[in-house]
Design a protein around this ligand. Structure first.
Ligand SMILES: [Zn+2]
Length: 576
């Protein structure tokens, strides 16, 4: 199977409009920025199938079918992954990328690592038999209520106490560099090799396709440190990106309530055992933006479930900050904070499935959680506290993309603070959103609104000008000369600067911007400024990549051009 690099898939999805892909198959109705239809995957009379045109996903609220253009083709026509990609590539007029020597090598290396982690996982599973530690682990887990079938479902295993049992078992098949690279063994300065995981219960962390990427290992010793040990960062395993239990959670269609996100391995496993399979764990205390992106590709509905202690509350707040920038209209996020002293595992064992599901139904919606957090320790009757409350809440709301939901939150903020909406920063117009069919499509270069916004911010705080890199200057027209001057002379009196500006046309434009009221506070403005620069950078990268991609459609790119293209697309992916 040819490897298809991530940048190619990203590019393909960015060039595919899922609406026109699905349109010939079902009869679509426009509703706002989205489209609805009767679901092609299950029988229904009233439409519960929605295409989110902005994030280029479909979701069925009836049967839970969900995914992007690739998933749609795979599910509707039973295509394989590669076949679906080839179909989309030919629609988009993009040639399939050829593997370079280095890519072939990389693929070979990855396959080798995957084989090693798979073999290691089998070794840990076999180690339930015939070793002393396994008997202790087994008793311990039984005492905690874990059933053998559940352990099997998650392919749990044990790492024996010995120094190098795994190494000895794998060294005949795999080279030492492969085992080191896969994070399975460690080499000491003396040169001797030992297993990374020893005397631990092992949870294999698998990707969507069931391939073992890494492991989590739990110690059974009371004061064993660390309590949980994860695989290190490897070419396969990136802790901030993976979700434990994802493969297992997707073995059945997701319920309407979507996915539940917990913190611990045992939480996932025990909820499954109690009949709640749609659970994943974040592998750390807080859910990262990468993990949240991954979750929202699978479902628009997430419930974060945290322990009822202070650490749990802090983790919930971090999850909130990470989820806000990823929200789209139509997504729902709930926060379930368990009673003090409980984690999801202990809660479901003590109270049972129904109690857990009831608690999930009563979980706090994102808006309540956001406003309660913003009001914590404040007395809203006091004007001083009210100001802090508004600032706290606004800071969070600023993180959300423009849209209906953001506007509703701002309205709610004015109600909760009992102040006129005039005092709340104006939300950006939603018209702009409707005009942008896909968030993957970059802002057109020279987009007046974006450059104007940047310039307006510079006129409020000229020190920001120093942050604009020289390669963005061509995109800053008609203000690039003004910005260069601001940078060179380290101007602070911007009004004086505008009045002395020699070009009357630019001067008039800047005066207009200067009079524009700025809706956010200083910190908010800096954030907005950085975001605006990021978007502009993305536009630049997209335009340069587009030129090469167009060329690629008609001719073969030189090795150098391919390298530049891959670099541009990589840089653009990083700028997300
Ligand atoms: Zn359906």
């Amino acid at each position: 199977m040819p490897t298809i690099p991530d940048w190619f898939v990203e590019e393909l999805l960015a060039r595919t409009d899922i609406v026109t892909l699905i349109e010939p198959r079902v009869s679509l109705k426009k509703s706002g920025t989205n489209y609805s239809a009767c679901c092609p995957f299950h029988n229904e009379k009233t439409p519960s199938f929605v295409i989110f045109s902005r994030n280029q996903n479909f979701h069925c609220f009836g049967c839970g079918a969900h995914g992007d253009a690739i998933t749609f083709l795979r599910q509707i026509d039973g295509m394989g992954y590669v076949e679906a990609i080839e179909t989309l590539a030919s629609r988009a007029g993009l040639p399939m990328p050829e593997d370079s020597e280095s890519q072939k090598q990389e693929r070979g290396q990855r396959q080798g690592l995957l084989k090693a982690t798979q073999e290691a996982s089998l070794f840990y599973q076999k180690s339930w038999k015939n070793n002393e530690f396994a008997a202790i682990a087994s008793d311990y887990l039984k005492n905690r209520g874990l059933q053998g079938q559940t352990a099997k479902h998650y392919q749990m295993g044990v790492a024996p106490t010995g120094r190098d049992g795994l190494y000895k078992s794998l060294e005949k098949t795999f080279s030492l560099p492969t085992l080191l690279n896969a994070g399975l063994v460690l080499q000491e300065d003396s040169g001797s090799v030992r297993d990374r995981f020893r005397a631990r219960v092992i949870f294999p962390i698998r990707d969507k396709r069931g391939q073992v990427l890494g492991f989590g290992g739990r110690t059974l010793q009371k004061d064993g440190q660390p309590k949980y040990l994860n695989s290190p960062e490897t070419p396969l395993f990136h802790k901030g990106h993976e979700l434990y239990g994802l493969y297992e959670a997707l073995l059945q269609p997701l319920p309407k309530s979507g996915l539940i996100v917990v913190e611990g391995y045992m939480d996932v496993v025990m909820l499954y055992q109690h009949g709640i399979p749609n659970v994943v764990a974040s592998l750390g205390t807080a859910c990262t933006r990468e993990q949240i992106k991954k979750l929202f590709k699978l479902t628009p509905h997430i419930t974060f479930c945290f322990d009822g202690d202070n650490a749990g509350k802090k983790a919930a707040e971090r999850a909130l900050s990470n989820v806000l920038p990823e929200l789209e209209d139509g997504f729902t996020v709930h926060f379930l904070l368990l009673p003090e002293g409980h984690d999801p595992d202990s809660y479901v064992r003590e109270k049972g499935k129904e109690a857990f599901l009831t608690a999930q139904k009563q979980a706090m919606p994102l808006n309540d959680f956001l406003f309660e957090g913003a009001a914590r320790d404040l007395v809203l009757q006091s004007p001083e506290d009210k100001v802090i409350f508004v600032q706290n809440a606004q800071k969070q709301i600023d993180l959300i993309r423009p849209g209906l939901f953001k506007n509703l939150l701002l309205q709610e903020l004015s109600k909760r603070a009992q102040i006129s909406t005039d005092w709340i920063a104006k939300p950006e117009s939603t018209g702009q959103v409707a005009a942008t069919p896909s968030r993957r499509k970059a802002e057109p270069i020279g987009s007046v609104s974006l450059v104007d916004r940047i310039m307006a911010m510079l006129l409020k705080d000229a020190t920001l000008a120093l942050q604009i890199p020289v390669e963005l200057m061509p995109l800053m027209e008609p203000y690039s000369a003004c910005i260069l001057k601001l940078q060179e002379d380290r101007i602070t009196d911007t009004l004086g600067f505008v009045h002395n500006w020699p070009n009357p046309k630019e001067q008039a434009l800047m005066l207009g911007l200067h009079r524009r009221p700025m809706s956010v506070n200083a910190a908010g403005m800096r954030q907005e400024f950085e975001d605006a620069l990021k978007r502009l950078t993305r536009s630049r990268l997209t335009e340069e990549a587009d030129i090469l991609l167009k060329k690629a459609a008609n001719a073969t790119l030189s090795v150098e051009e391919k390298r530049i293209l891959a670099g541009l697309l990589q840089e653009r992916a990083n700028s997300n």
